[in-house]
Design a protein around this ligand. Structure first.
Ligand SMILES: [Zn+2]
Length: 278
C-alpha cells in the first residue's frame, strides 16, 4: 500500500505534469472509483473544461485543485496508480477506471486492480469537512515541528509506538513499512510506550522519522515484489533497496549483525532487530 513518501512522489510528478493543463474529456468505467458521486455525470461535469492550477497533499490524499474552486481528490488505496499517457493511443492497462484527456493532448489515467482507491470532486472550501480528511494528524513532510513538540504529542498518549505511528489521527501517512524502518532507525522496540520515553529517545525517534521519510521520497518510494506502486511514469521506486528491517526476516541487522525477526502485531507483520532495538 502506498504510504506518505510514495504519495508525495506522485504529487510532485503531478505538480510538474498536469498544472496548467485543461481537461477536454473524462471517461469513467463503472461507478466503483467514483462511488461518492451519485452518477458518473456528476463527477465528469465538474472536471470538463476546467484547468488544474495546483497539486497539494493531505496525508495520503492528493488534492488536484481546479480553476473555479473545485478540487479533484485522489486516494490510491491499496493498489491505485495514477499514470500519465503521452497520447490517447497508448494502450489502456487492465483495471483502468478513469481517463482524463487534456486539450493539449495526453491523458491522466487512474488504474486500480483492488478498487480500494477512489476519486471525487468537491469544493476546496469543503475539503476539511470530508470525514477522512477532517481528523488527519500531523503531516511530517509538510508541517515544521520541533522534536520537543513531537515529544509533547507522544507524552499526551499512552500507546505502543508502532500502532501510534500508524494512527492516521496522530501522524498522517505512515503505514507498516515506514513504521518498522523508523523504529529501527531510532533503535526502539515497536511496543515501547509513547509516554515512557527519555528525551534522548524522543529525539532519536523524531530524527529517524524525518530522515526515513525524506530519504524515501528522495529514492522515489518503495515498490515491493508485487510492484503495485509506480510513479506517474510507471516506474517503480528504489527505496526498497535501502530498507534495513522490513521484509528482511532472518537476515543480519545492518547495524549490529544480530538476526532480524518477524512478529505478528494486530494481524500485520512487524520486522525488527532482535538485539539493538530496546
Ligand atoms: Zn541490530
Amino acid at each position: 500500500m502506498p504510504e506518505l513518501p510514495e504519495v508525495e512522489v506522485v504529487r510532485r510528478d503531478l505538480d510538474r505534469e498536469i498544472v496548467g493543463k485543461k481537461i477536454k474529456a473524462v471517461d469513467v468505467e463503472g461507478m466503483r472509483a467514483v462511488r461518492r458521486h451519485h452518477n458518473r455525470k456528476q463527477f465528469t461535469s465538474r472536471l470538463v473544461d476546467r484547468k488544474f492550477i495546483a497539486v497539494e497533499r493531505r496525508g495520503k490524499y492528493i488534492l488536484c485543485r481546479l480553476d473555479g474552486g473545485d478540487v479533484l481528490v485522489v486516494h490510491l488505496g491499496m493498489s491505485g496508480q495514477l499514470l500519465r499517457a503521452k497520447t490517447s493511443r497508448d494502450p489502456l492497462s487492465k483495471h483502468t477506471h478513469v481517463v482524463i484527456t487534456f486539450t493539449q493532448g495526453g491523458q491522466l489515467r487512474f488504474v486500480d486492480p483492488r478498487t480500494f482507491g477512489e476519486m471525487f470532486v468537491t469544493e476546496l472550501d469543503n475539503v476539511d469537512e470530508v470525514a477522512e480528511l477532517a481528523h488527519l494528524g500531523i503531516d511530517p513532510l509538510e508541517t515544521a515541528m520541533s522534536w520537543e513538540h513531537f515529544g509533547d504529542l507522544l507524552a499526551q498518549r499512552h500507546a505502543k509506538l508502532k500502532p501510534l505511528l500508524m494512527d492516521q489521527k496522530f501522524i498522517a501517512g505512515i503505514g507498516n513499512i515506514y513504521s518498522d524502518e523508523i523504529l529501527w532507525g531510532a533503535g526502539l522496540r515497536w511496543d515501547r510506550m509513547s509516554d515512557a520515553l527519555t528525551s534522548e529517545e524522543v529525539r532519536r525517534l523524531y530524527r529517524s522519522m524525518m530522515e526515513t521519510l525524506q530519504d524515501a521520497v528522495k529514492h522515489r518510494g518503495s515498490s515491493l515484489a508485487d510492484e503495485q506502486y509506480v510513479d506517474l511514469f510507471g516506474r517503480p521506486g528504489e527505496y526498497q533497496q535501502f530498507h534495513n528491517v522490513y521484509a528482511r526476516e532472518g537476515l543480519a541487522c545492518p547495524r549490529c549483525r544480530h538476526e532480524i525477526v518477524r512478529e505478528k502485531v494486530s494481524g500485520r507483520s512487524t520486522f525488527s532487530c532482535s538485539a539493538c532495538q530496546v
